[in-house]
Design a binder for this molecule. Structure first.
Ligand code: ADP
Ligand code: MG
Length: 509
């Protein structure tokens, strides 16, 4: 006989019941209710403890003491259960609510194991409430409906990303990680990583991308006009084979200088502002200097460097925010163009012919809510259209409130770890129809590595302890005290060594 958790009380509905219990179950625990010939699965989403006699209108601690002496332990536990569906009817929500008095039983291990699929799945971890039950999610749905991994710093996002990467590598998939903190070049169990230098050839850059790097102000219309025309002419010359593509920036400069000296005539509406042209030339030179590490006139298309079955890491740890934005938008734009060609069977046109999963760390910086960036444009394009073209997104952020709500709401799947800030919580809830008020209230009390897992990738929402990735401890705080100790020890040793040397030379020490 199974242990009974409690019994339904009060008014019930097909999607929610309350129950009373004597013993404490766990939030996130799955329960089953049998009634009207159905076996219905539910999840405990809230728990409170109360007492009939020690009520809120008692103001004297002594009275409480007396009641406890007389009544003993008269606590009750009231829980809220969200109904997840009928186990015998493909988890469809039952039409009738459970009659009050229905017993609430723990769900069986075998029922739960059937719900988390084995085939084509990715193992995230195990249930917090029943750690023998492994939580696996549908990898294809995770890919096609995108994923968001959200939590405050230190809650376990990077570790979760590593688990997801490894899960994809198991199927020989292609993952591209925009690695903002150079932390993902680690040993994966199911494949290796490949670090790709973030280099782009200006020949393949769009006008918006190169303009972003040149830091021409959005309001500097005249400068933009010169810059755009010089860029267009150079592109045309390269297409015609008139100049070597390696001379891209040099050629732009030459054209600008021609206009400035009056040697050649600016074809657009000539505003004859020599100073503006000189400014543009300076910005071009400044760009070349500032971004010498990412502008490589000999670089091939980044996309051609990707490898199937590998964690392709685009290391953005040492570039600034503008460069990161340009690289992300550049890669996403090319991937979308490429996969459209591939799937429309433009023979010989596509560089790659397989689906790609992109991981975007610090997604709130790349797709900010309050600013329009080129990266944000392509992220939201892929969030909306990627499904059709074999492009999946994983948005990782510690500040969901600053993340573009359009892109976030396209991420149907969510792994939410500890999240304390109320504004962040509200933002996440408004982007996900699956996150109930009760589950939302659980987010601040999750421990490191514990998460609410939601979306089409899982048939039922789950409270999961994410597996710890074996190969590296992520984001460890620096052991500052030890580091200071080590440094001062080294300093002492150095001074001692110098004294000894002086002494050996017959000095005073
Ligand atoms: N699922 C987990 N199990 C055990 N430890 C974890 C887990 N997730 C994270 N940690 C530990 O917590 C720390 C912070 O994790 P990290 O993934 O870097 O967090 P975030 O990326 O959210 O800042 C790391 O030291 C890591 O080892
Ligand atoms: Mg991290």
């Amino acid at each position: 006989m199974k242990k009974v958790i409690g019994s339904c009380i009060g008014e019930t509905s097909p999607i929610k019941v309350s129950f009373i219990s004597k013993e404490m179950p766990q939030v996130g625990e799955y329960v089953s209710l049998t009634y009207d010939g159905k076996n219905v699965l539910g999840m405990i989403e809230s728990l409170v403890r109360g007492s009939v006699s020690i009520t809120e209108d008692i103001f004297d601690p002594k009275t409480i003491q007396k009641i406890r002496e007389i009544e003993g332990d008269d606590h009750y536990i009231r829980g809220g259960v969200r109904i997840l569906g009928d186990l015998q009817d493909n988890l469809r929500i039952p039409r009738t609510p459970a009659p009050p008095g229905t017993e609430v039983l723990p769900a069986s291990k075998s029922d739960l194991e059937e719900i988390f699929p084995l085939e084509k799945s990715l193992k995230l971890g195990s249930l917090i409430s029943q750690d023998q039950v492994e939580v696996r999610v549908d990898l294809e749905k995770m890919f096609s409906r995108h994923l968001a991994i959200l939590a405050m710093t230190g809650a376990g996002k990077s570790n979760t990303v590593a688990i997801v990467i490894d899960g994809i590598l198991k199927y020989h998939g292609c993952v591209v990680i925009f690695d903002m903190h150079s932390e993902y070049d680690i040993n994966y169990q199911n494949g290796s990583s490949k670090v790709i230098r973030p280099e782009i050839n200006p020949k393949y850059m769009s006008f918006v991308e190169i303009k972003r790097l040149s830091r021409i102000d959005a309001k500097a219309y005249i400068q933009e006009r010169y810059f755009a025309e010089a860029y267009r002419l150079v592109q045309e010359e390269i297409r015609n084979g008139d100049i070597n593509p390696y001379d891209f920036i040099q050629s732009m400069r030459k054209i600008l200088e021609g206009w400035s000296s009056g040697e050649t005539k600016f074809q657009g509406q000539d505003v004859s502002k020599e100073k503006q042209i000189v400014d543009v030339i300076n910005k071009l030179e400044d760009m070349k200097r500032r971004y010498s590490s990412i502008i490589n006139l000999a670089a091939g298309k980044i996309l051609t460097k990707l490898e199937l079955g590998k964690a392709n890491i685009i290391d953005l740890g040492s570039v600034d925010e503008s460069a990161a934005e340009v690289i992300v938008s550049h890669v996403l734009r090319h991937a979308l163009e490429n996969n459209k060609k591939w799937l429309r069977k433009d023979e010989g046109q596509a560089n790659l012919n397989y689906p790609i999963f992109f991981v975007l760390e610090e997604a709130h910086l790349l797709a900010p809510k309050t600013r329009n960036t080129e990266a944000k444009f392509w992220i939201s394009r892929i969030a909306r259209e990627g499904r059709k073209f074999g492009l999946g997104l994983c948005l990782v952020s510690q500040s969901p409130k600053s993340l573009d709500p359009d892109s976030l709401s396209q991420a149907n799947n969510m792994i939410i770890l500890r999240l304390v800030e109320p504004q962040d919580q509200r933002h996440v809830q408004s982007a996900s129809e699956n996150l109930s008020d009760d589950l939302l209230k659980q987010l601040p009390s999750l421990n490191i590595g514990e998460a609410v897992v939601l979306g089409l990738m899982t048939k039922i929402p789950a409270l999961v302890k994410i597996d710890e990735h074996k190969n590296k401890e992520f984001g460890q705080d620096l052991a500052v005290i030890d580091l200071w100790k080590k440094s001062s020890q080294e300093k002492k040793e150095l001074i001692q060594k110098q004294r000894n040397e002086i002494r050996n030379l017959g000095g005073d020490y």
